[in-house]
Design a protein around this ligand. Structure first.
Ligand SMILES: [Mg+2]
Ligand SMILES: [Zn+2]
Length: 212
């Protein structure tokens, strides 16, 4: 028996690229979150495989074709590669809520699919997202969920706090999450109360005025 390695799973919207109220439907609407490209390069240095796992219900709602979505992902991967990062594969769920599929987060289907396809140990894996559903998918398979405060993160912080208590990590953004993952890989504790407290403060006192 060989030891399976862990992996790093990244949510897309709100983590890698900016959220749009009307969703990202073509490359012109795809805008990288500042620092995201460099962060993915940093993650690549860990040697762990990186996957993107993204809910894209707009496919089955008829707002984007699979071809157009693939085109966005091809271009995204090209930009990531251009700065020296490497994403192994993009998994997306095309289903809408009412279809009750096994892959739409908070369901962990995409994580399980990656695990069987690439022989990943999910209990040694990390999931970075800006919604409680990302953290829930992580928890369902024993991975470490990290909520970032970019995208919808600030709105989701309280949901995570209520659902998971101290059992999740919070980071300012993907860059911060990468630091935490690297620390964790060196054997340092990640979900420390201090980190959560600072994230809690961030959520309640954002630079932009939001109502939680
Ligand atoms: Mg998201
Ligand atoms: Zn699905």
């Amino acid at each position: 028996m060989f030891d399976r390695v862990g992996a790093i799973f990244l949510d897309r919207d709100g983590v890698i690229n900016q959220n749009r109220v009307d969703h990202v439907k073509n490359w012109d609407e795809f805008e990288f979150v500042p620092g995201a490209l460099e962060s993915i390069r940093g993650l690549t240095e860990t040697g762990l495989p990186i996957f993107v796992v993204t809910n894209q219900a707009i496919v089955n709602r008829g707002h984007i074709t699979v071809e157009a979505l693939d085109d966005i992902h091809d271009r995204m991967l090209r930009e990531i590669r251009r700065v020296g990062g490497e994403v192994t594969k993009v998994f997306y769920c095309p289903h809408d809520n009412h279809e009750h599929c096994a892959c739409r987060k908070p369901e962990p289907g995409m994580l399980l699919q990656a695990a069987s396809e690439f022989e990943i140990d999910l209990t040694k894996s990390y999931v970075v997202g800006d919604a409680w559903t990302d953290v829930a998918a992580a928890q369902a398979v024993g991975a470490q969920g990290i909520l970032v405060m970019t995208g919808r993160g600030r709105w989701n912080f309280v949901s995570c706090w209520n659902r998971f208590g101290l059992d999740f990590s919070a980071a300012c953004d993907l860059e911060d999450a990468v630091m935490m993952i690297k620390e964790s890989l060196r054997g340092n504790l990640m979900a420390s109360t201090a980190r959560l407290r600072s994230a809690f403060h961030m959520a309640l006192h954002p630079e932009t005025s939001l109502v939680l």
